[in-house]
Design a binder for this molecule. Structure first.
Ligand code: SF4
Length: 107
């Protein structure tokens, strides 16, 4: 199963609104123009992702955007399209695990 890197390390990422208030304060984008993270073209996405790549809360940010189905902008170093792909992949993986579990005699 393709777990987020944080989960592989046993770190639980708080994806709640309350949790977001904590990690968002550490975001590298905090003092930048928010428009940078809502680009209108591919070049803008690349530019935003370069900032995210250096951000210490990139995993929190990505998991928050995924959990809260944030549709617009670059979050956690991922574009809207990339986040949709991640969600689709995770959904497929969960379905595969559930199939294995339901076909197992142990359960
Ligand atoms: S990962 Fe990117 S969008 Fe998220 S807090 Fe960091 S700089 Fe901001």
């Amino acid at each position: 199963m393709n777990l987020p890197p944080s989960a592989k390390l046993g770190i639980i990422v708080d994806t709640s609104e309350a949790g977001a208030h904590v990690w968002m304060k550490k975001g590298l984008c905090r003092d930048l123009d928010p428009e940078l993270f809502f680009p209108s073209d591919g070049a803008g996405v690349i530019k935003a992702k370069k900032v995210c790549k250096k951000c210490k809360v990139v995993e929190n940010c990505l998991e928050y955007a995924l959990a809260n189905r944030v549709d617009h902008g670059v979050w956690g170093g991922a574009s809207e399209r990339e986040r949709r792909r991640i969600l689709k992949k995770r959904k497929t993986e969960v379905a595969e695990v559930l199939t294995v579990v339901s076909n197992s005699d142990d359960y």
